[in-house]
Design a protein around this ligand. Structure first.
Ligand SMILES: [Zn+2]
Length: 375
C-alpha cells in the first residue's frame, strides 16, 4: 500500500542511550519517575511488539533487551533497517523543530531511498527575518517576501500558533499599523538583549505577527499545516482544540488554500466535523496512532466517523527515533485494513470502496492536495 507521510521530522543523528530512547518515546520534557520506564506506555509496548523483530529479537522482548540490542547495532544500522522497512513513498518533512538534532530532508531521503520534501515553519521564517536586523516598519513586508521566497522550494507551510498563544486566533489579516507597532515592541526587546542574546530570544510568539505569517502563507496557495491537539507541555491542550479555529476557517475559506489540521487527538472528532463543514479543511490522526498503540484502530475508526474520506491524510509525526517512522507506517497499513474490513464485514461498504478509501487516505489525498505529481 502506497503511503505519503505528510507530517514527519528527521531521525536523530546522535547515538542514543536508554535515556535518549525513552525521551523520544514521550512528549514530556521530563523522564519517567525514578524506577519506572517510558516503555510502560502504549507506544513503548508497540515499539517492543513491532520493531523488535527488525532488530532480530523476539516481538515483545523486555525493554532492557530491546535497548541493549539497539545500542549494540548502533543508530545508523537501526535507522537503515527501520526507514527501509517503513516503505514510505514520500516524506513531507517539518524542519522547524530541533533541526540541528535530526537529519535534514535530504539526509532522510538518502537514508530511506525515498523522496523527502520540505515543510518550513512560519514562526522560524519570521524569527530569521527578525534576526536579519530589519526595521519594524519593514518587518511585515520582509516577512511576506521571505514566505514567498520559501514557497519556491517548499510543498507547504506549518504554523505552531497552538504553541504560541493558542488557536482562538483573531481571524482577520492584521492591519499594517498594528503589525508595525507589535514588530517594533518585539524587535526592540531583541535589541535590548544584545546580539549575543538575539538567537536565543528571537521567539516569535505574538499572535499579530503569527497571523501575518499565516495570511502570507495562505496567499501562496500552498497547503498550510496547523498543529492541533496533543503535543508537548509547551502547548496547552485546551488552547489546541481545532474547534477554536472555526472563525479563522470561515474567514480563510475564500482563499481556497488547503488548511491541514495535524494530529487533532483527542479532538479528532472536532477536526472531522470541521473537515466536513469547510471545503478547504483536511485532517490527520497520525501522531495519535503511534501513541495510543493497541487502541490505534479504534481511534482511526473514530476519526472516520465524520471526516469525508477525501479529507483525511496519513502521517506518522515521527521525530528522532526511526522506530516511529516505521511504526506509523506499519500500524497505519494494518489499522486501515482492519477498520475498513470491519465495515465490509458488516455489509456497509464494498471491498472495492474499502480499497479505494484506503488508497485515498494513505497517499492519493496528499498527492492531490500537495500537488506532488506536478513536482
Ligand atoms: Zn510534528
Amino acid at each position: 500500500m502506497r503511503l505519503i507521510d505528510h507530517h514527519v521530522h528527521g531521525v536523530s543523528t546522535a547515538e542514543l542511550d536508554q535515556a535518549g530512547i525513552e525521551s523520544l518515546l514521550s512528549e514530556s520534557s521530563e523522564p519517567a519517575p525514578p524506577g519506572t520506564s517510558a516503555f510502560d506506555t502504549q507506544l513503548g509496548f508497540a515499539v517492543r511488539r513491532w520493531c523488535a523483530p527488525l532488530l532480530d529479537i523476539d516481538p515483545l522482548a523486555p525493554a532492557p533487551d530491546y535497548v541493549r540490542r539497539r545500542v549494540e547495532l548502533g543508530n545508523a544500522e537501526v535507522t537503515r533497517r527501520m526507514l527501509g522497512a517503513a516503505k514510505v513513498d514520500t516524506w513531507l518533512v517539518d524542519t522547524g523543530y530541533q533541526s540541528d538534532a535530526v537529519t535534514s530532508p535530504a539526509e532522510l531521503g538518502q537514508l530511506s531511498g525515498t523522496k523527502a520534501l520540505e515543510i518550513p515553519r512560519l514562526e522560524s521564517i519570521g524569527e530569521q527575518v527578525a534576526r536579519s536586523g530589519v526595521t519594524a516598519g519593514r518587518f511585515g513586508d520582509e516577512f511576506t517576501a521571505a514566505v514567498q521566497q520559501a514557497a519556491a522550494a517548499a510543498v507547504g507551510f506549518k504554523s505552531i500558533a497552538a504553541y504560541r498563544g493558542g488557536l482562538s486566533l483573531d481571524p482577520a489579516r492584521p492591519e499594517p499599523a498594528e503589525l508595525e507597532a507589535v514588530a517594533s515592541r518585539w524587535l526592540s526587546l531583541l535589541d535590548s538583549g544584545g546580539t549575543a542574546g538575539l538567537a536565543g530570544t528571537a521567539r516569535l510568539a505574538d499572535q499579530v505577527l503569527i497571523r501575518h505569517g499565516i495570511w502570507a502563507a495562505l496567499d501562496t496557495g500552498l497547503p498550510l499545516q496547523l498543529h492541533t491537539g496533543y503535543g508537548d507541555a509547551d502547548s496547552r491542550l485546551h488552547d489546541a482544540d481545532p474547534a477554536l479555529l472555526h472563525d479563522f476557517l470561515a474567514a480563510s475559506q475564500h482563499t481556497g488554500t488547503p488548511v491541514m489540521l495535524l494530529h487533532c487527538y483527542p479532538y479528532h472528532r472536532q477536526a472531522g466535523a470541521l473537515a466536513a463543514l469547510f471545503p478547504h479543511v483536511y485532517m490527520d490522526v497520525g501522531e495519535a496512532l503511534n501513541h495510543v498503540g493497541a487502541r490505534s484502530a479504534a481511534v482511526l475508526a473514530e476519526a472516520l466517523e465524520l471526516t469525508p474520506f477525501h479529507k483525511m491524510l496519513y502521517s506518522s509525526d515521527a521525530f528522532g527515533l526511526p522506530e516511529l517512522h516505521y511504526l506509523g507506517a506499519a500500524r497505519f497499513r494494518r489499522d486501515i485494513d482492519r477498520v475498513t474490513t470491519a465495515f465490509v464485514a458488516d455489509g456497509d461498504w464494498s471491498p472495492a470502496d474499502a480499497a479505494r478509501v484506503s488508497e485515498m487516505i494513505g497517499a492519493a489525498n496528499a498527492a492531490r492536495v500537495y500537488r506532488l505529481s506536478e513536482l
